[in-house]
Write a protein that binds this ligand. Structure first.
Ligand SMILES: Nc1ncnc2c1ncn2[C@@H]1O[C@H](COP(=O)(O)OP(=O)(O)O)[C@@H](O)[C@H]1O
Ligand SMILES: [Mg+2]
Length: 439
């Protein structure tokens, strides 16, 4: 073990800073210096010293300020980035310098930070870049292309799968995460998971990832980001899925307008012809409706309790009133017990919709997977609950393929609301007479 190494932590991250003319470089140096799992290698102010410093110091992550004039130095940036140096480059720029960031990305930079940014943003960017570079070194020492960078056929877009429940705490986030990972494994297509629980999103915690970028930081820059930058703004999880976290603070969440959220999701869907999985929160507000609006598959979760069933029943009626095309909704029963007091057929009869998949109640593995920050479908893949989720993923893949073979373009027509009946969301007054189970 090297003397720098702290037991129990990842390998120490060796960070080199190439500052601009403002004090941000010194501030970054101070922040890196005070981190126990990082080694600050120095500030290189003179660009002519950079090649020598690279050879001598072997950094893992290089923070380069655009203000250093690096872009005017021909291929120097190219030499800084993997595979030439084996390091990940993070470009530091002003808000208005997105063009230069784009140029730096073409030279091989892996990430970017736009000033002003805070300590947490800096550190999570460095850690994320380091994880990426470690993964890259392991996979193929010479490789340079980044995940999710596959060329996209014009006109192809991801199928949007949203997970919703009118009742909170019934397993939306658990399913969103595991479904995304299962879709990735089964389809081998790019999968992006978005945490659409704007206020209390916990996808990043449940996956044990930190990301400087979130819906809150991405939205103000969205128009300036081309697809390449947008793709690189997403965090990459070890399962191969891309993740976009919910805003990191409540204030940011409250300023997000539903149409902005929708625009972001459409941009993300247009990045790759895979899957865009969106977790939601349990309130049918305009943001949730914006998510449902662009979803080709809406997974609605219930549990085998009368209260949850009643909420889902009401929700389906509201969707009908709002003239949503209900063939997009897939009803899933979570926390399914072997011996539930209410029989599956009775639930289906009461709801008026078939339950397409049940997910076994598995408190031990589900809690352990959430606490350890690892997906159930990977680490506890032999549990019945994991098998159930994989089956649901397969069902979605087959639905998409069927729609395609029937000439239906998912996301057009079927996904749109039918002509509105002009009835308000809350004009609904109570459940219709239920059959079998009293809701
Ligand atoms: N199939 C399951 N078996 C056992 N516990 C589950 C299952 N699905 C979810 N849970 C538990 O339910 C709680 C809420 O899950 P979560 O996914 O956060 O729900 P939501 O996002 O709907 O609020 C978590 O503590 C999780 O461990
Ligand atoms: Mg949740």
């Amino acid at each position: 073990m090297s003397p720098d190494k702290i037991p129990g932590l990842r390998d120490n991250v060796r960070v080199l800073v190439i500052p601009g003319t403002d004090p941000v470089g010194d501030w970054m140096a101070d922040v890196i210096r005070s981190e126990p799992d990082m080694v600050f290698l120095g500030l290189v102010r003179d660009l002519s010293q950079v090649p020598e410093s690279l050879d001598r110091l072997t950094p893992d992550v290089i923070l380069v300020d655009i203000g250093s004039g690096i872009l005017q130095k021909g291929d120097l940036l190219n030499r800084l980035s993997a595979p030439a140096s084996g390091a990940a480059v993070i470009v530091v720029a002003m808000m208005g310098e997105v063009d230069m960031v784009r140029q730096a990305m073409l030279y091989g930079a892996q990430g970017f930070l736009l000033k002003p940014f805070g300590e947490a943003d800096l550190l999570s960017s460095v850690r994320q870049a380091f994880d990426l570079i470690v993964q890259r070194r392991k996979e193929s020492p010479g490789a340079k292309a980044l995940p999710g960078g596959t060329a996209q056929e014009p006109g192809e877009r991801a199928e949007v799968v949203s997970i919703f429940s009118p009742k909170g705490g019934v397993g939306c986030t658990t399913l969103a995460i595991n479904l995304a990972v299962a879709l990735k494994a089964a389809s081998e297509k790019p999968v992006t998971l978005v945490d659409g629980d704007l206020r209390f999103g916990d996808v990043d915690t449940a996956l044990n990832i930190t990301s400087a970028t979130s819906i809150g930081t991405l939205l103000p820059q969205l128009d300036e980001l081309d697809n390449q930058l947008l793709r690189r703004s997403l965090a990459t999880h070890s399962s191969g899925i891309q993740v976009l976290s919910a805003p990191h603070n409540l204030d940011a969440a409250d300023t997000i307008r539903p149409e902005e959220l929708k625009r972001l999701l459409v941009r993300l869907a247009e990045l790759d012809a895979g899957y865009l999985v969106v977790d939601t929160w349990s309130t049918l507000d305009d943001s949730t409706l914006a998510i449902l609006d662009i979803s080709q598959h809406v997974i609605v979760i219930t549990t085998p309790q009368v209260t949850a069933l009643r909420d889902v029943h009401r929700f389906m009626e509201v969707l009908d009133l709002l003239s949503y095309e209900l063939d997009r909704t897939l009803l899933v029963l979570n926390h399914a017990y072997h011996r539930s007091e209410i029989k599956l057929q009775d639930m289906e009869r009461a709801l008026g919709y078939p339950i397409v998949q049940t997910i076994e109640y598995a408190p031990g593995p589900v809690t352990a997977s959430l606490n350890r920050g690892v997906p159930l479908v990977l680490e506890y893949s032999d549990t019945m609950a994991a098998q159930n989720i994989k089956r649901l993923a397969q069902m979605l893949i087959e639905r998409g393929a069927r729609a395609e073979s029937e000439g239906l373009r998912l996301g057009e027509g079927r996904a749109r609301r039918k002509k509105a009946k002009k009835r308000g969301l809350f004009s609904w007054r109570g459940p219709a007479a239920a059959r079998g189970v009293s809701l």
